[in-house]
Design a protein around this ligand. Structure first.
Ligand code: ADP
Length: 479
């Protein structure tokens, strides 16, 4: 089974979040099941790309509206990542230091539409030259959402028309929609089919892929159900396409995320999880005013409304004022107002709060290792990987009971369960959950059971990869 993955991100090449982790891990597990997965992504001007050896595959060009665009496809061999990685170099579009935003200023690029279309067209032009076509094209998120429509309805891609397509939504909040007056960026297509790209009077790549893909998946079963009720105007669409939809919970790469071998850590888990965690907790708190005997609760993630990062300042301050004796470390970047508030809180309570306003993979691993609890007050959580990484490193998630968090964290009842949950995003409920967490921490026998339960949770990709394999088998059968 030859599968093509298309994505804007892939770990370790370029990552801003969970999309990269999934695209960098799932192919390895699918290959183990007998698939042959190739990943296609843009070639960015980011450090990883400069260090690789490439095989040149194809040089092409097309007119993007009035602009002449040339591109170069290069391949990295399978030995490197466990799957073939094709990078598409499009000068003027992707030769930049960030995926969606400038790495130094944090300002989002203004030409997202042109970039995404250029990437998708370059892929289609390239694959159109192959003799041996893929069995399935698997697209990820809106950046690649026009591929099913274009492959199916452009005369120049006639050969690709019958290749089954699968679309996975990692984050539905971003749809990539743009005005119809920019349709000249697209190759010629059967204009009477234009409705398949439209949603509420705009070209909407995410909606188009939901309509045109043979099968639709989301990264957790609960998120799939939530989209039918609340999805920024697409509710009706998700209901009408329910017949071809399935939610598959993400897994984690247990080789890359392994406390026994993690290359980012200077100290690895041997037998005693508590000794491992204490080592990292002490090292995280060294030179700070935070007391390592008190529970340490952390947050890692984007400061975006969907992650509920704006709620963190009040959660932390109220917890401190309530005398919960919980200390906090926050690692993240994003909304400037939230960054400012979190820094201000760390300045006000230097013995209780540390703010790391940055993106730092190595530090994130140390935080997963040294924390007692990880808080996730997400408003929306398609799957969430942080809670799974936390569990793998013996850290207890305290989460809002939605989406993938609902499917992967189970309330601790003193014996079974691996975390604490709040049903509503209300300060009182959240603080009650942090209170329960603190109580468990101060009861050593209970806390040992809890950490043991966390380590026993198994979210490796093996199971979920089999579900994707079934999806592919089904669409190939339908061909
Ligand atoms: P999303 O993709 O919506 O941001 P996920 O939970 O699916 O959320 O994935 C987040 C991933 O990004 C995790 O691997 C997490 O550790 C990582 N991450 C997020 N913010 C940071 C940061 N500031 N520094 C390091 N890693 C981060």
């Amino acid at each position: 089974m030859k599968i093509h993955f298309l994505s804007a991100e892939c770990y370790p090449a370029a990552k801003t979040g969970g999309l990269a982790d999934v695209v960098g891990a799932l192919p390895k597990y699918l290959n183990a099941l007998g698939c042959e997965v190739s990943v296609f992504m843009p070639k960015y001007h980011m450090p990883w790309f400069f260090e690789q050896q490439y095989v040149s595959e194809y040089i092409g060009n097309f007119n993007l509206g009035n602009e002449y665009v040339s591109f170069h496809v290069e391949r990295i061999d399978k030995e490197k990542l466990g799957f073939y990685l094709y990078v598409i170099d499009i000068p003027g579009k992707f030769d930049r230091n960030g995926v969606y935003a400038d790495a130094s200023t944090g300002i989002f690029f203004g030409d997202e539409v042109e970039r995404n279309i250029a990437f998708q067209r370059a892929y289609l032009d390239f694959v159109n030259t192959w003799t041996d076509l893929p069995d399935v094209i698997h697209n990820h998120d809106h950046h690649t959402g026009l591929v099913p429509f274009l492959a199916g309805n452009c005369p120049q891609y006639q050969r690709l028309k019958n290749i089954p397509t699968v679309f996975t939504i990692h984050n539905q909040a971003y749809q990539g929609s743009f005005d119809w007056n920019r349709q000249n960026l697209l190759p010629r297509y059967d204009s009477w089919k234009s409705g398949m790209m439209d949603w509420q009077g705009r070209i909407n790549p995410l909606a188009s892929s939901v309509k045109c893909s043979w099968k639709l998946t989301t990264v957790s079963p609960s998120y799939m159900e939530e989209l039918k009720v609340k999805s920024f105007g697409l509710e009706w669409l998700f209901n009408s396409e329910a017949f071809k939809s399935v939610g598959i919970l993400n897994g984690i790469d247990t080789v890359v995320w392994n406390p026994k071998t993690d290359s980012y850590l200077d100290h690895h888990l041997k037998k005693d999880i508590h000794a491992f965690k204490l080592h990292h907790k002490k090292s995280l708190l060294e030179g700070t005013g935070l007391d390592f005997t008190q529970p340490l609760m952390t947050f890692i993630g984007r400061f975006a409304a969907e992650k509920g990062a704006d709620l963190l300042p009040q959660i932390m301050e109220q917890s401190i004022l309530n005398g919960q004796h919980i200390n906090f470390i926050i690692l993240g970047t994003g909304d400037k107002g939230v960054e400012y508030q979190i820094k201000a809180l760390a300045a006000r309570y230097p013995n209780r709060v540390i703010a790391h306003i940055m993106y730092n993979e190595a530090l994130s691993r140390k935080i997963y290792s040294g924390s007692d609890f990880l808080i996730m007050p997400s408003r929306v959580e398609p799957c969430g990987l942080n809670q799974m990484y936390a569990l793998r490193y013996g850290t207890i998630p305290v989460v809002h009971n939605i989406g993938g968090l609902k499917d992967s964290v189970f309330e601790f009842d003193g014996k079974t369960g691996c975390g604490f949950k709040f049903k509503n995003l209300e300060l009182g409920e959240i603080l009650y959950a942090t209170h329960k967490a603190k109580e468990a921490y101060y009861s050593p026998a209970t806390f040992k059971t809890l950490v043991k339960n966390a380590l026993n949770m198994d979210y490796s990709w093996e199971k979920s990869a089999k579900s994707y394999y079934e999806v592919y088998k089904q669409v190939i059968k339908d061909e």
